[in-house]
Design a protein around this ligand. Sequence first.
Ligand code: NAP
Length: 513
Amino acid sequence: MSNTLITLHSYLCDRWQAGEAPQTQLFDPATGAAIAQTSSKGLDLRAALHHGRTVGGPALRAMTFAQRGELLGKLSASLVTHRDELLDVARANMGANRSDGKFDVDGASGTLATYAKLGSQLGDKTTLHDGDQLQFSRSKRFVAQHVWSPRHGVAVHINAFNFPAWNLCEKIAVALLAGVPVLAKPGTATAWLSVRIVELWVQEGLLPPGTVQLLVGSAGDLLDHVGPQDAIVFTGSGSTAQQIRSHPAVLKWNVPVNIEADSLNACVLGPDVQPGCDTWTMFLAEVVREMTQKAGQKCTAIRRIVVPKALLAEVKDELVARLHDLQVGDPANDRSQVGPLAGPTQQRDVLAGLAELNRHASLIWQGTAPAQGCYAPPSLYQSDAGVDAEFINDHEVFGPVATLLPVDGDPAEVVAVVARGGGSLVCSVFSDDLDWCRQVVPAIAPHTGRIYWGSAKVFDQGVGHGAVMPSLVHGGPGKAGGGEELGGERGLRFYWQRTAIQGDTQLLRALFG
Ligand code: NAP
């Protein structure tokens, strides 16, 4: 990999375009050195949206689901072919060690492949019905049918810095299969990997004109130009989400906005789980992985560990022993298990969060981290304040950090602590006690988008608390943004208009099947 500062361009209107000065720098977080620069200043984003609507949209709508699926299959295969190069970029611009890079890049190719398969299953149709024909009179002639149609706009994807491959591709997979062209804007700090992916697709001639555009650098005036047929899918912080939702053009045109935002995911240990049993081992493995994988920069990471007081001492001992063994350091070193944060801004935010945690909770254990580069020490805290623990239940520290919240174990108390997070993407529950789970699992469900229920019978079979499966919905209520992505066919509907069409049954059948 070259040591010279590279300039990242945007891919708009089927051309690579450079923005004007000043440039924003991107860093290698393992060293803190600047490695790339980019700017979106002066780019014509109105023209880019127009290009997507008038060139990319018609091209996709002319394709069947099977043909769109075939396209996604090729995009996926390209990532698989160039995997090693992409992992190098993930290391250079995000500090991802090989394992963390694979989680992002393989997640991207896997999600594209899953939607490619769905396209092939949906076959030669171009859109779907919602339900059966409905009859309103004694005659069977006059009926109604709900029909889905792809929006005639652009899917504007605004992504977070932490998954430059997966976040780009999971959104693209759903929108393209739905028949809607994409303008994606990656988080600037780690945009190089997103740029490289689109470069590969362009070089290989995979993208029909106007179907995928990439805006690198700040969003500029992009949202000023959204219109009534566009849709926005955002991943990032709650504060940016609020700005997007309340943008005048978004409000004026009622542009649908799907949001995945901050999430204070909890992990609950049931009072029945005895040290040493399979469910116990599963619980410990998930907590350690979620604290340390991608240096804790995952939207699904466990931030709050809800533990019965009777098991607290053993939980602490076991977690500290496991965390203690992990090596924090250079992502290029195969022995390093926890890498740096994505850049200087992310490091500053996490260190500020640790300072706040020091004021609101007791530090149980803290690892060491290299002084040079953008590292943060893995840190485990404890707060005995339960639902009254304000900072812990309200603020996401986006790094290798989690807090133990001891409870008596009474189901109502457990549910109250989980709910106190204000809505999450995922909550895991580890227990083999069916009666206890009967009171906890359904009561937690309204507060989270996914529940990962670990128990002895699924020991060694689960995919992991933090793994987002393309066929399951990804999203959560409240603080988590109130959105839903993926979920197999469910995800397509965000990009479609549902229209109730009333008329003669045979004419309707002739047009819509
Ligand atoms: P962020 O600062 O909100 O940025 C997210 C994206 O929004 C970036 O592409 C950013 O561009 C862009 N952006 C910022 N201001 C904007 C504006 N006014 N208009 C349009 N776009 C704007 O979040 P982040 O720092 O990248 O990500 C960290 C946060 O995201 C964490 O709090 C984490 O909880 C959350 N997150 C959630 C999920 C999830 O699935 N729920 C996943 C990952 C992360 P620039 O990069 O150019 O500023």
